[in-house]
Design a protein around this ligand. Structure first.
Ligand SMILES: [Zn+2]
Length: 103
């Protein structure tokens, strides 16, 4: 395999750096600066929102999920930032709904 950078197989799961939940899938976040990829798989530097805690995560060079550094947050362009906020808000609302169903 050598130095090939294959698309991440999410089936093995990634751990959310915030809540340690197993993330076995991601929603691709598209923007002008991050156009749709043919592989439909994330790459280093891509962002995702944890569906469990609505935390913003970023893949590092080794394709491990990390909390974004302030520098990385600064690099997010405004449109992507707005999109991430929207997705995060939707995730939080979904959580609130599922919690209220339990009561
Ligand atoms: Zn999480």
């Amino acid at each position: 395999m050598g130095t090939m950078h294959n698309a991440k197989q999410l089936s093995k799961g990634d751990l959310c750096p915030y809540c340690k939940a197993d993330l076995d899938g991601v929603s691709e976040i598209e923007s002008e600066s991050r156009p749709h990829r043919e592989s439909n798989q994330p790459g280093p530097g891509d962002y995702t929102i944890c569906v469990h805690c609505a935390g913003l995560c970023v893949w590092d060079e080794d394709m491990n999920l990390q909390k974004p550094t302030p520098e990385e947050l600064d690099r997010i362009d405004p449109k992507t930032r707005a999109l991430l906020c929207t997705v995060s808000e939707v995730a939080r609302q979904a959580q609130a709904r599922s919690k209220s169903h339990l009561n």
